[in-house]
Every structure is written in C-alpha cells, then in structure tokens.
Ligand binder design. Structure first.
Ligand code: ATP
Ligand code: MG
Length: 440
C-alpha cells in the first residue's frame, strides 16, 4: 500500500527522528489514507517528551494548551500540527477523564489506549505502516472493534460508545459483535458525558452514510439523550401517503437529503411531534394535525438541551415549522413565502420537501410543485422582482416625509409590499408614496 504524507508532516516526523525520537502519523489520518479518503488533519505521535518536542521545534511557533496531556501544537506554514507524546492513561474516575497521564517511550503503550483497532494505525516513510492490533484487516472487512476489553474501554470513557456508532455510520462499517453488545449494555454511562461531546458525535453520525441503519440498530443509545425519539418507532401512519412508521420515514428522509448538518437535523426531527399529535378517525385513518408547529417547539427544546448554537436551533426549528406548509402555487405566493423566510430558507424548504416526499408512498407526488417553486424563484431572481422590504422602492424616510410615524411605518411598508407583490402597485417610489398617503 502506497501512502503519502503531506510534505510538512514528513518534515516534522523527520525532525523528530533526526533528534533521536520515534515519530509517526497516527489514528484517523492513517485510517483515512488507507481507505483512500483525504484526511482533514494529521496527528503525530512521538517518543519525545513534550519539553523535548518543544526543543526540537525551537524555531517554530508553538501552542502549549494541550501540554498537560502531552500535546504540543506546532505551527508549520500557518497550519497547526498536533504532536503528542506516547501515553499510558491512568485509571479513569468519571467515565471520561483519566486520573493521570503517564508518558511512555513505547509505541505499543500509546496504541493500546486508543479506542478502535481502525484508529491504531501508524505510518512514517521509513518504517511504513505499523499495525499492531489488526486495524488493516478490520478496515478491509469494515469492522469497528474495541482495542482490548469492550466493557473496560467503555467504562473508562463512555464517549467511545458514541464514537463507535458514529464511525459505523460515517465509514459504513459494522460493529463487531462483542463491541456491539457492550455498547448496548453500557449505554447508560453516556449520562456521565458532557452533552456537548455527545452532540458533536451525534452530528457527525447524522452526516454519515447509513443513518437509518445505524439509528435503528442502536436506537437505545440515541434514546439515552433523545428520549423523545422512542415514540417514533412503531408510530404507524395509516394514511394513503405513507408506507413507513414515523421513525423509518424520518430516517429514510435523513439519509436522502444532502449531507449538510442543518438539513440532516431537520429531517431527523421533522416529525418528532407526530406521536403526540396523532388521532385516528372513524375510518381508521390517522391524522397528525399541528405536528409541524408542535414539532417546532419540541425540536427547539431538544436542540437547546443538546446545546446546539442559536443559529442552528433557529434554522432547524424554522424549517420544521414550515416543512408541511403548502408550496406556493403562483409567483405571488412564492414572493410572499420569500418575504417571510428569505431566499436561503426557501431553497432549503424545497430540499426538505423533496426528502420528505422521497420517504413516502409516492416519492414523486411533489415533483411538479417543486419544479414550479424552482421556476418561480428563477424568474423572480432573473427579473430582480421585488419580494422584500429591502427591494421596495420607498422606505421609512419616505413615509415619515408624508407624516406617517412610529409603529405605523412598518405596517404601511408591509402593506405596500403586499400591493407590489400582488401586482396592485408598481414598485415605483412616487406611486408607492401616493399609495401610502391613501393608506394613511
Ligand atoms: P475524525 O475523522 O473524526 O477526526 P479521528 O479518529 O481522527 O476521527 P479524533 O477525535 O481526531 O478522531 O482522534 C484522533 C485519534 O485519537 C483517534 O483516531 C484515536 O486513535 C484517538 N482517540 C480519540 N478519541 C479517543 C477516545 N475517546 N478514546 C481513545 N482513543 C481516542
Ligand atoms: Mg482526527
């Protein structure tokens, strides 16, 4: 297998070697290279103690923040490279943090503290690939397997439970049986883990290849931090439009939509309120009235609990609120929607609707409506047609000049925009001012 490290990573490794220390690229970056994926960053593991590493990189800018854990960050060509001393973790006290960190001069010590076999690979150009725990075989067979005894490893650090299912989803790997059973057995340990860390892994999982498969298999893990999801499994949708229960429908839609964190979150949660909104009529048909509005509230609550940032919470919950709204049937309706939610959300709405439909009985039921929605937008953009207050030819100052004041300004501006959108007034400053006088 021919692997190549970026020049500066090679240079860092060589510098350490020339000073008498072992050094390797390690972990995720080697795993990714072996799989033919471009690594997003490179970690180096070394026999040099942190102060020795600092000395070796004396001519470079160094960031010391991780030094307690043995990590020296060296800035090479404006990019940080993390160089970490071989470590043996001490006893773990709180299912997450080792009580102490001991440095070692032995590579195997360092590799045996790592979480999964596929994450234990090392490489440098002199020694080639080093695989002490069968990581290559597990990559070839597509398997996530704990290094050592799974129960012990998950008890040491319960975040590994989330990491296992996250890697399974992003790499498309199965979890080895013993590791999988241990995950199920130990899932409650996740309660000891900071929610931000769980959220990070959960977000990566949602951006993986097989969300439906992973979440269905490991739903009891997800339900530890999103208990609301349990009700979606087995929540039947006896309507002509659906073929799945709410959970499968949501997960098929999540897998379908493009790999964007906010859109994935939206599809994952879009029907979260269906179980609480479900009614069955005398014909046995199910209805889910109000599920989008209640879903907005529920998703907002869940996303806040998982400490997603405000921007994410706003965007996702807004998309959930509108996900089942009627799509615009005319260009004027499209403009009203645009004025309400803006161009970005309008485009997102089309994607959400497309994914939602894909996971229903007739995946193409909305094709025509979506095509129209797209052409309305194209036309509006092409002609630079007015749909927002910003584009309106008159503004607040024009209204003040004709004696409209205070809270009325906004009201009149919105009325003028409606007239323009409905084609009842041209978007022309003089004509709008005349209209404003009438309205006053
Ligand atoms: P990603 O592609 O998400 O960066 P990664 O495997 O590189 O995946 P990192 O969190 O960057 O994950 O960690 C780098 C390496 O450190 C891992 O490959 C693994 O060897 C080790 N590691 C990270 N987190 C843990 C953990 N919780 N327990 C044991 N080893 C870990
Ligand atoms: Mg990494």
């Amino acid at each position: 297998m021919e692997l190549h490290l970026p020049e500066k990573v090679n240079r860092a490794i060589k510098l350490l070697n020339d000073n008498g220390f072992e050094a390797y690229a390690v972990g995720g970056c080697v795993r990714d290279m072996v799989m033919g994926i471009a690594p997003h960053d490179f970690d180096i593991t070394t026999s040099a103690l942190p102060e020795e590493t600092e000395k070796v990189f004396g001519g470079y800018r160094i960031i010391e923040t991780g030094i307690k854990h043995g990590t020296v960050t060296v800035i090479m060509e404006n990019e940080p490279i993390e160089i970490t001393t071989y470590r043996i973790d001490g006893d773990y006290l709180d299912n997450r943090h080792p009580e102490s960190v001991n440095f070692s001069r032995n590579l195997k010590d360092d590799l045996s503290r790592r979480d999964f076999t596929v994450n234990t690979l090392c490489f440098n150009e002199n020694d080639g690939l080093i695989d002490l725990f069968g990581g290559i075989d597990d990559i070839k067979s597509g398997i996530i397997r704990c290094v050592g005894e799974p129960d012990k490893r998950f008890n040491e650090d319960a975040l590994r439970i989330m990491r296992a299912i996250r890697f399974s989803c992003t790499l498309g790997f199965n979890i080895e049986e013993g590791t999988a059973e241990s995950i199920i057995r130990n899932r409650e340990l996740l309660r000891h883990i900071a929610v931000e860390r769980i959220r990070e892994e959960f977000t990566k999982l949602l951006c993986g290849k097989s969300v439906r498969e992973t979440v269905s298999k490991y739903r009891c893990v997800i339900e530890v931090f999103i208990p609301e999801y349990a009700a979606l499994f087995g929540c039947e949708q006896n309507t002509p439009y659906h073929i799945y229960d709410v959970a499968s429908h949501s997960l098929v839609a999540t897998d379908f939509i493009e790999n964007d964190k906010d859109l994935r979150l939206t599809m994952f949660f879009h029907d979260i309120a269906k179980p609480v909104c479900r009614t069955t009529d005398e014909n046995g048909t199910d209805h889910f009235k109000g599920h989008a509005l209640t879903g907005e509230i529920m998703s907002r609550e869940i996303l806040k609990r998982l400490r997603y940032d405000n921007k994410t919470v706003e965007k996702v919950s807004t998309l959930i609120k509108i996900h089942s709204a009627a799509s615009p049937k005319s260009k004027a309706e499209a403009k009203f929607l645009l004025s309400n939610i803006g161009e970005d959300r309008y485009r997102d709405f089309m994607k959400v609707r497309r994914a939602d439909c894909f996971a229903k009985a007739n995946p193409h039921s909305h094709d025509e409506k979506l095509k129209n929605m797209q052409s309305f937008l194209d036309e509006i953009k092409k002609n630079n047609e007015c749909y927002s207050l910003k584009q309106l030819a008159a503004d607040g100052n024009d209204l003040k000049a004709v004696g409209i004041t205070g809270g009325k300004i906004n009201f009149v501006l919105k009325s003028l925009l409606s007239l323009v959108i409905n084609g009842e007034c041209e978007n022309d400053r003089e004509k709008l001012i005349a209209k404003a006088k009438e309205l006053k």
